[in-house]
Design a protein around this ligand. Structure first.
Ligand SMILES: [Zn+2]
Length: 831
């Protein structure tokens, strides 16, 4: 606390002193004092082991403590707490730079803020001064995926090296850049992995992954949240990055499987997201090749570029920067077994293949020096990551001004770029949609990621562009560029006061497009005619997922001076504006007409399941009470005396029934619900209970209880049908209680999901996939297989019933459009 205050006073003083000095001379000031290496504790002096050594692991308490010690001992390091994790651990960032820069952080933050918004820069003279005075801001983040643990350990070594080294290269880095080092954006997961690793060290399970999600709600999906901002961690770091520091380069350090390349580094594979400026793709490629060349020069083998990972998908730590005019770099080192070494054979390498790499033993231009196999240690991973970080920082230091200039010019282009006639100039979120909470969620996500949103203080008259549907409704258009599709405009229409408007002419223009436009994934097939799998999802259009109407606007009648608009400064305003039920603790969307509570159990098996985590997330967010039901609970009688509703989140029936094999985990984590649990579940339903199944888990009741339904997509080849993470339209029978309050046309999330046909007339169909044009955003091959099939159904079993969602109604906490189906399914279980 004292330290923080001193640092603040020091930086204010420095700002005052520097502010009166002409900026040009500031950049030329020599480093005034060098750090005293002797006084600075090394990681091994604090931890008692050297990070990266076999079978050692530092937990979050130790990492946090090391950074606190470094902050106290080094004038090149300043550590700040930027928030709390989901399970209330401190989230920290270490600012690392030359002493005089650390003393003037506020000044450099101000420069970044001006460069991030070129409208604040009124002359070339001012711009040139900012470019001359500014520092290259680089962010490095470690182990967002907690089993990819080495980078979190590496962060201490990297910080120590930068705090103590005296060589010319380090001095150049310190003088010209400010590093924002995030030892981990998921501290809860670091502890989950550290505790598990220590517990299993020396047992047959040493080095295996823990049998639980390493983020309380999201598990691996903690890196799928960077535009939705559901999680505390993404919220805190997004604030740090896109409201305060605007890093020109963001490097996200990951690990991949053990048997492929030793390290992947960009350039990325195809397809690129069409909303990423080509200049950024080139800069990403340049940095990646520099890292690869430096690793090669240092004798590392097995570095792969141009493979597997693409830039299509929006929502990752390294993809969010592209939509803020910054460079995002990913590295993926081959994993060991957590912090234990592993052995990889040449046979395993020869069999390892992916997009862009036929075999990890084959020499190609993008993989010129395969690694021959052998023992692979955490130390090997750490050495590559340390060198990659060094390489990126060196480039940022050497080309400091160019990186600042490109960042600034991309922002200027976003604001000034002329819009062709009949193309969108803004998106509107009209007032009065009767979905206040979804509108508030949309608007607050936008504001939280630094987008400008205005509220209308009086009505406007606008020309709407074509509906998203019209712009994407033919196969030929989907294969081409939707930007060339000519808009079919209609007459001016009045938009009511209190609506929201998001203009494209703002620094984050590309982010607006990427979030509001439908994604049209190019049809990419292998030589065998199978679908070539994208790295992650193909479509995510935010208003469509949320069920919010957000039409494009191509013209506004009122001139700039006639418009009455208020910039919404804080997302909290929106949440208060709309008087959300969510903001009032204790209120829930469940309508229960009887006084007896509806007790909901959510299945939580020993196999960590992200869909289960996200289910808990939406229930917690909407204040809907539930109990997690374990495998062992299912094996005991009496489910019906404990619950009225049981939910099976999306998971294969086999994984639910069999769970973890006993050879893979200690006995307490082995086995699923077992045949006994399946039989207990049937008794629960027969006695009057409601079973709700999401997507893959439908297979369990359909097959085990012989329900009169068949999944028509089961066993199809991807040449016949493929739909990876896309938004499709449903035709909803909203006369039924399960669909109460939902529009007849509702969008749903389909991610290699299911589609049913009824084999007798007892099935109550609530929603079908649309009869035609059912793709709204993403990629759908073989639309005919999906047309008019059952998407949501209800089947009676004894006195109870099974509700079957063929799609994902709560995917990643993003699909608010379909959450009401879940609440209705629970509400209609009241007895
Ligand atoms: Zn990862």
């Amino acid at each position: 606390m004292i330290r923080l205050r001193l640092a603040l006073i020091a930086s204010l003083l420095a700002f005052f002193v520097l502010a009166v000095v002409p900026v040009a001379s500031v950049a030329q000031r020599p480093a005034s004092r060098t750090a005293q290496a002797g006084a600075i504790p090394s990681p091994s002096a604090v931890l008692g082991f050297t990070p990266g050594d076999d079978k050692t692991i530092a937990d979050w308490g130790q990492i946090n403590n090391y950074f606190t010690r470094l902050d106290q001992a080094s004038d090149r390091v300043s550590v700040e707490t930027i928030g709390q994790s989901t399970l209330k651990r401190p989230l920290i960032v270490a600012f690392i730079s030359a002493r005089e820069n650390i003393l003037a952080l506020q000044k450099y933050k101000d420069i970044q803020r001006q460069l991030a918004d070129p409208r604040t820069v009124t002359s070339d003279l001012q711009k040139n001064r900012l470019l001359a005075a500014g520092k290259g801001v680089v962010a490095i983040s470690c182990s967002i995926h907690s089993t990819e643990i080495v980078a979190s350990q590496m962060s201490m070594q990297l910080a120590y090296n930068l705090a103590t080294a005296q060589d010319a290269g380090t001095r150049e880095i310190l003088q010209n850049t400010i590093l924002l080092l995030i030892p981990s954006p998921n501290p809860d997961g670091v502890d989950i992995v550290a505790n598990w690793y220590r517990k299993t060290l020396g047992t047959p399970y040493e080095g295996r992954e823990p049998p639980e999600l390493y983020h309380h709600y999201a598990g691996h999906d903690d890196n799928r949240d960077w535009f939705m901002l559901n999680l505390k961690e993404t919220q805190a770091i997004t604030r740090l990055f896109w409201h305060e520091w605007f890093p020109e380069i963001v490097y996200d350090v990951h690990q991949q499987g053990a048997t492929g390349s030793r390290l992947f580094i960009p350039p990325f594979f195809d397809p690129p997201n069409p909303n990423i400026d080509p200049l950024l793709l080139r800069e990403v490629g340049l940095i990646g090749h520099k890292v690869a060349a430096d690793l090669q020069a240092a004798g590392f083998k097995g570095v792969l570029t141009n493979a597997l990972y693409d830039t299509w998908w929006h929502g990752g730590f390294r993809t969010a920067p592209y939509f803020h005019n910054s460079i995002g770099i990913l590295s993926e080192a081959a994993s060991a077994r957590l912090m234990s070494p592993t052995t990889v054979t040449s046979d395993q390498l020869a069999r390892s293949s992916t997009r862009g790499m036929r075999s990890a033993m084959e020499t190609t231009t993008n993989f010129p020096d395969p690694w021959p196999g052998g023992v692979w240690r955490p130390r090997n991973i750490m050495d590559m990551e340390l060198l990659a970080a060094r390489s990126i920082l060196s480039l940022a230091a050497k080309y400091r001004e160019e990186y600042l200039q490109d960042f600034f010019e991309l922002g200027r282009k976003a604001i000034d770029e002329p819009v062709p006639p009949d193309m969108p100039i803004a998106y509107l979120v009209p007032a009065g949609q009767a979905r206040d909470e979804a509108v508030a969620k949309l608007i607050s996500s936008l504001i939280d990621q630094g987008l400008e949103v205005y509220r209308l203080d009086s009505e406007l008259h606008v020309t709407y562009g074509p509906q998203l549907l019209q712009r994407t409704n033919s196969a030929s258009e989907r294969l081409g560029s939707y930007r060339t599709i000519i808009a079919k405009t209609s007459a001016m229409q009045e938009v009511p006061s209190s609506s929201y408007i998001i203009f494209l002419a703002q620094p984050q223009r590309q982010n607006v497009l990427a979030l509001f436009e439908p994604q049209i994934y190019p049809n990419r097939l292998t030589a065998q005619g199978e679908a070539e799998r994208p790295y992650d999802v193909a479509g995510w259009t935010l208003p469509l997922q949320l069920g919010v109407d957000a039409p494009a606007v191509t013209a506004i009648r009122e001139s700039q001076s006639e418009r009455k608009l208020t910039l919404v400064k804080d997302a909290k305003e929106v949440r208060n504006d709309l008087a959300l039920p969510l903001s009032k603790a204790g209120e829930s969307p469940i309508k229960n007409p009887v006084s007896k509570p509806i007790r909901v159990g959510i299945y939580k098996g020993a196999i960590g399941n992200m869909d289960e985590g996200w289910t808990r997330y939406v229930f917690d967010t909407f204040n809907v009470p539930y109990t997690s039901v374990k495998d062992t609970d299912f094996r005991q009688d009496g489910l019906s005396s404990k619950y009225e509703v049981i939910i099976l989140p999306s998971q294969r029936a086999r994984d639910i029934i069999e769970g973890n094999p006993p050879t893979a985990v200690p006995a307490e984590y082995a086995g699923g619900v077992t045949a006994k649990g399946v039989s207990n579940l049937k008794d629960f339903i027969s006695a009057g209970g409601t079973l709700i199944c999401f997507d893959a888990s439908c297979e369990l009741p359909v097959k085990q209880f012989n329900l009169p339904l068949r999944n028509v997509l089961e066993g199809l080849k991807t040449s016949d049908f493929y739909c990876p993470g896309s938004i499709v339209s449903l035709d909803v029978d909203n006369s039924q209680p399960l669909a109460h309050g939902l529009p007849k046309a509702t969008n749903a999330y389909f991610i290699n999901s299911s589609a049913f046909e009824a084999t007798d007339s007892s099935v109550r169909v609530i929603a079908r996939y649309d009869k035609e044009n059912l793709l709204k955003s993403g990629w759908l091959l073989g639309e005919d297989k999906l047309r008019n099939q059952i998407a949501l159904a209800e089947v009676s079993v004894g006195k109870g019933r099974v509700v079957l969602f063929a799609f994902r109604p709560q995917h990643r906490g993003q699909t608010w459009a379909t959450l009401p189906f879940i609440w209705n399914a629970i509400s209609t279980s009241a007895k």
